[in-house]
Write a protein that binds this ligand. Structure first.
Ligand code: UDP
Length: 377
């Protein structure tokens, strides 16, 4: 029996690990699966855990008001160490690029617990963007023993950096599993359906923004550009589920709070958010996960960043980078408004991020990897 610890602490980690955890739990004869929540997010996370019926075996409760990455990392390191001593896992699974994942991988390394990295091999090439995630994911690559890559490009990146190809599995991104699951099984709430219905004659623009490196003037200027765009067009409505970070809530209230045809909403549960995306005319976002989701939904996305670690979304013709300066965002919005050619060309293409079975592929790869190590003695 292989003891697998799965660590998560933020909304995207839960979304992207649920199918992996389910796949491990469905093989109870081979895996004993334990879930650990760092608590890096709390209010954002709770509705997801409840809706998904996800069990949290250990909660590290690291969240504090106005916390910085160093404090989160320190508390995760400190809390995990005795847990490793107690549980003696065969593998620690971490996902993505959060401070929780990075600190978890380091804690595993210190205790000689092999680390498996889900969503390995993403690189923006710029250590200041996304910050601190780009460096987190590079560090995790150094610390991990097994790498679960979403795309062939991610595999190639890892190999170029010297990772042993025998320790890499091409599995797709389990975020695709989560989205397909929502599309197949979940209904949006009445409130979000009503909001979309009220504006059914208008073009729906969906905004999300929460990246740390954009806090302050840059994020505020993006909001002003979007406000001017919406105010000048009676037939456009913007819906913005606002991330709870005070840098985002304060700016959104000040700049967009009194604008008719702009709806500021609290963070949405996944089925409501996916419904909103699926009804969008255009999505503007600096999120990583949303870049993958538009590939499944065939929706056009303006990426509020000056680089992306997911070039597949641009290659698929669904995404355009507009985050380098606010004027660029304004220009592209004007262009899209007058010439809809790009919007019309964005449609359903083969999904570069996976086949919706990534949880199963990752569980298969874990069996292969750990079985091989065992038999190698
Ligand atoms: N998401 C959600 N509700 C929202 C906004 C986002 O469920 O109000 C989901 C979204 O569908 C995606 C994930 O959260 O799966 C992305 O998380 P986020 O943008 O916070 O993080 P990132 O992907 O940039 O790390």
């Amino acid at each position: 029996m292989l003891r697998i610890l799965t660590l998560f602490g933020t909304r995207p980690e839960v979304i992207k690990l649920v199918s992996v955890i389910r796949a491990l739990e469905s093989r109870a004869d081979r895996f004993s699966a334990t879930t650990i929540c760092s608590g890096q997010h709390t209010t954002l996370l709770r509705p997801f855990l409840e809706r998904l019926g996800m069990r949290v075996d250990r909660d590290l409760n690291v969240m504090r008001q106005a916390q910085g990455p160093s404090e989160v990392a320190a508390r995760v390191l400190q809390a995990l160490d005795p847990l490793f001593a107690e549980i003696r896992p065969d593998l620690l699974l971490v996902q993505g690029d959060t401070t929780t994942a990075m600190a978890g991988a380091l804690a595993g390394f210190h205790r000689k617990v092999p680390v498996g990295h889900v969503e390995a091999g993403l690189r923006s090439g710029d250590s200041s963007s996304p910050f601190p995630e780009e460096v987190n994911r590079r560090l995790i690559t150094q610390l991990a023993s097994y790498h679960f890559a979403a795309t062939r490009g991610n595999v190639e990146t890892l190999v170029r950096e010297g990772v042993d190809p025998k320790r890499i599995a091409l599995t797709g991104n389990p975020g695709v599993d989560a989205l397909q699951d929502v599309l197949a099984h979940d209904k949006p709430s009445r409130a979000i359906e009503d909001l979309v219905h009220t504006h059914r004659e208008r073009r729906l623009l969906v905004l999300t923004t929460h990246r740390r490196e954009a806090f302050g003037p840059r994020m505020e200027e993006h909001m002003r550009v979007l406000r001017r765009f919406v105010e000048a067009r009676e037939d456009v409505v913007m819906v913005f589920p606002v991330h709870p970070n005070p840098s985002v809530t304060d700016a959104s209230r000040t700049i967009l709070g009194d604008c008719s045809r702009v709806h500021l909403l609290p963070p949405l549960d996944h089925p409501d958010f996916v419904y909103l995306l699926s009804r969008a005319w255009l999505i503007v976002s600096d999120s990583g996960g949303v870049q993958e989701e538009v590939a499944t939904l065939g929706k056009p996305l303006l990426i509020l960043r000056d680089n992306t670690e997911r070039p597949e979304v641009i290659e698929a013709g669904l995404g355009r980078l507009v985050g380098d300066c606010p004027e660029h965002l304004g220009q592209v919005l004007e262009e899209i408004d007058t010439d809809g050619a790009w919007l019309r060309s964005a449609g359903s293409r083969p999904n570069p991020f996976g086949d919706g079975q990534s949880g199963r592929h990752i569980a298969d790869a874990i069996e292969r990897f750990l079985g091989r190590e065992g038999s190698d003695g």
